[in-house]
Design a protein. Structure first.
Length: 714
């Protein structure tokens, strides 16, 4: 089971699930010295609201004017202008690696979920609701967990200890394969198991499912953590080895330093086999159908027959291998590396995965490394918060069903649906107005947006948990059964017709998603509330907030990856050569813009890794702005408290991405996450002409781009 802190979300949704930071100053490519210069007077900059007026609050007026810093010129540092006071006064809570607007809502969702979950203890025995209650209660029962010690993990460790030859190794690896990755929807491309399985529509024929195999095996977030040659990573690797030894010792192993050395050496070889995050994102490298019968020839080493049989995939004729070179190299290690190294490796991973469900000594050691060292977070989350995470992880849609019934009124759904329709219409108009695109490509683009499905709040059909056994008092067993249940649900999909309405995200998550294979966008209930969305609030701020999020998800269908899928969700090039060349050139320019941002002195944003998200942000806010203008019906926007409509729109946008990060966590997301850090997401306003007009941005200001340098894609 993957404990919540081990999830590394990647691309195609609106943010990394734990996104935030301490990086207040850095917006745009300016240095902090440049930013410290006194701001130039800005003619159109809004005046402070008169003291007699009531303070703007979310849900009534819109953006948070008390969080702004009007001493910063918007043209020099728009993020600082919109959020400077907030940045100065906001401390990241001790149990968080980052903090921002998404986190505020996530904390509210945690509270709500706790109440909903705890109330289910009284539900009828055997009901789904009771399973939710029992699952949480089992996690909360620390006395029972302490009393059982490492016993729940014993059978797993015994299976590993019994490995005597290579075929048994393959059987254990196959039996522990899980559906714990998702390359295109959630963008979770990391698993600490040797491989990850993802079951989704076939890239070549979206009317059927295909099993995808992705590289895995590393505990640290990315190959660079093993291979980067810097004192910082050298130290981190030493700490990691000490952590491996400590976990094995807690689980009762002897000679733990030697074992830790073997585990690390094996993982380091796996890291060398891995392809980079950028290559993993490159869909043109991912579409590799391999017949099952060919694995032994194409990737010799692992006893594939035993592996697939143990995984319940022995009759599956074909797989799609996402990173073939990595799969081949990882498979070779199954033959070349000592069995004892594999056994130590499997034992450590089993213990490390189980740690959140084991006694306190395991929890503390796990947090000391995975929380403190890897993300810089000083304090472990309270147990109930971890319990809510664990319950969401194991029975997410069952909790979601309760959440929606209580906290998602039908009128909010109707209002959000109307807004999504407005923004899709605005996007269609933008396509009509594109000057660089030929009529042929335009027709295909229109066809694709015309068939885009939007799903608001929650899935139409809820997942069935009747086959999942939840045993009161068995925290580890429940989590183990839940991940196995999820695996079996996915494997079973291979024999079923495609469900184009399946949700890959739960309704109680503050996030949003685009699925290129479904040609769909989804907006969970938990993001459709103030401060993102309030149908009674100022439309300017609504469009700048949730409107830009909706635009972002629509544009994902047309970002550098999404644009390679047709209206049916098939990986197929529908572009003319000339149009594709222009599209790629514009993408390169945007990547270069982001490559120039340097959140840490020794680490820049990776423009290629974040390109899809940056296209979605840039064109998403542009289409939201169009939709806002359309919503005015030709009338001028009212001025409220001295702010014009466009100013309020962009301030709403600028505040959505306010985020403070702890340094190790910021470093990690820059290296592994498809999203740019919050302040740089805000900076994309410099590509929009309307922003220049709204704040009278002039040549010479830090964010100024001459009209021909502004990137325009959609
Ligand atoms: Zn996204």
């Amino acid at each position: 089971m993957t404990p919540p802190h081990r999830r590394f979300p990647g691309a195609r949704h609106v943010l990394a699930s734990a996104c935030t930071t301490a990086l207040l100053t850095s917006c745009a490519s300016s240095t902090s010295a440049e930013k410290a210069a006194p701001p130039a007077p800005v003619a159109a900059a809004p005046a402070a609201p008169p003291a007699s007026k009531p303070k703007p609050t979310y849900g009534t007026f819109g953006f948070d004017s008390s969080g702004m810093d009007r001493d910063i010129a918007p043209g020099d540092d728009f993020y600082g202008f919109a959020n400077g006071a907030w940045v100065r006064r906001t401390e990241i809570p001790p149990d968080r690696s980052s903090y921002g607007m998404f986190t505020t809502l996530a904390e509210q969702a945690d509270q709500r979920n706790r109440e909903l979950i705890e109330a289910q203890r009284q539900a009828p025995a055997g009901s789904e609701a009771r399973k939710v209650g029992d699952l949480f209660a089992s996690f909360m029962d620390e006395a029972a967990i302490e009393a059982r010690g490492v016993t729940p993990l014993k059978p797993e460790l015994e299976r590993i200890a019994a490995i005597g030859q290579r075929e048994q190794l393959a059987t254990v690896l196959g039996a522990t394969l899980r559906a714990d990755v998702d390359a295109l929807n959630m963008g979770d491309v990391t698993t600490d198991r040797l491989f990850g399985l993802w079951v989704a529509e076939d890239l070549n024929e979206p009317s059927r499912y295909a099993p995808y195999l992705l590289q895995g095996g590393l505990w640290l977030p990315d190959r660079d953590y093993y291979l980067a040659d810097s004192p910082r990573f050298t130290e981190l690797r030493e700490r990691y080895q000490a952590h491996i030894a400590a976990m094995l010792k807690l689980a009762g192993f002897d000679d733990v330093e030697t074992r830790a050395g073997r585990v690390f050496a094996l993982e380091r070889k796996m890291a060398q086999a891995h392809v980079s995050q950028v290559d993993t994102r490159d869909i043109s490298k991912a579409n590799n159908p391999w017949p099952r019968a060919e694995f032994t020839k194409r990737a010799p080493g692992l006893a594939w027959k035993a592996f697939f049989a143990a995984a319940g995939l022995g009759t599956q004729e074909q797989f799609i291998v996402w990173q073939p070179s990595a799969l081949t190299a990882l498979s070779k290690l199954a033959q070349s590396e000592p069995l004892q190294a594999w056994k130590d490796y499997l034992a450590f991973h089993a213990v490390a995965r189980a740690a959140p469900y084991l006694p306190k000594a395991f929890v503390d050691e796990s947090f000391a490394f995975n929380g403190k060292t890897l993300t810089g977070t000083p304090a472990l989350k309270e147990r109930w918060k971890r319990g809510v995470d664990a319950t969401n992880h194991s029975m997410g849609e069952a909790v979601g069903k309760l959440y929606v019934a209580k906290h998602f009124p039908p009128e909010v759904k109707a209002e959000a649906e109307a807004m999504v329709r407005n923004i899709i219409t605005a996007f269609e108009k933008r396509i009509d107005a594109l000057t660089w695109m030929s009529p042929d490509t335009r027709t295909r683009a229109k066809e694709k947006v015309g068939t885009l499905q939007a799903s608001i709040g929650h899935p139409e059909k809820w997942r069935d948990y009747s086959g999942l056994d939840i045993v009161a008092g068995d925290a580890y067993g429940n989590a183990e059964r839940a991940v196995r249940f999820e695996y079996q649900r996915n494997v079973a999909k291979l024999d079923q017709p495609v469900d184009r309405k399946e949700w890959y995200m739960v309704p109680q998550l503050v996030n949003a998603l685009n699925s290129p294979q479904q040609n769909s966008i989804i907006f969970p209930a938990a993001i459709l509330q103030p401060p993102f969305f309030d149908a009674n609030a100022d439309p300017a701020v609504n469009y700048g907030g949730i409107g830009a999020v909706i635009g972002h998800e629509i544009v994902h269908s047309f970002d550098d990856v999404g644009a390679k899928f047709d209206a049916r969700g098939k990986l197929e090039n529908w572009w003319t050569k000339e149009d594709e060349a222009k599209f790629q050139a514009a993408g390169k320019a945007l990547a270069a813009q982001y490559d120039a941002y340097r959140p840490l002195p020794d680490l820049a944003v990776n423009g290629e890794l974040t390109l899809g998200e940056n296209i979605a942000d840039m064109a998403g806010v542009a289409v939201a702005h169009d939709a806002y203008q359309l919503s005015l019906g030709g009338k001028p926007a009212p001025v409220i408290d001295g702010y014009t409509g466009d100013q309020r729109f962009f301030l709403g946008f600028g505040q959505v991405w306010r985020t403070s990060y702890r340094e190790p966590y910021l470093r990690r997301i820059i290296m592994t996450d498809g999203h740019s850090p919050g302040p740089y997401r805000t900076a994309t306003v410099r590509n929009l002409d309307a922003w220049y007009g709204a704040f009278d941005v002039k040549p010479g200001q830090t964010l100024f781009l001459a009209p021909e340098q502004r990137v325009r894609i959609w």
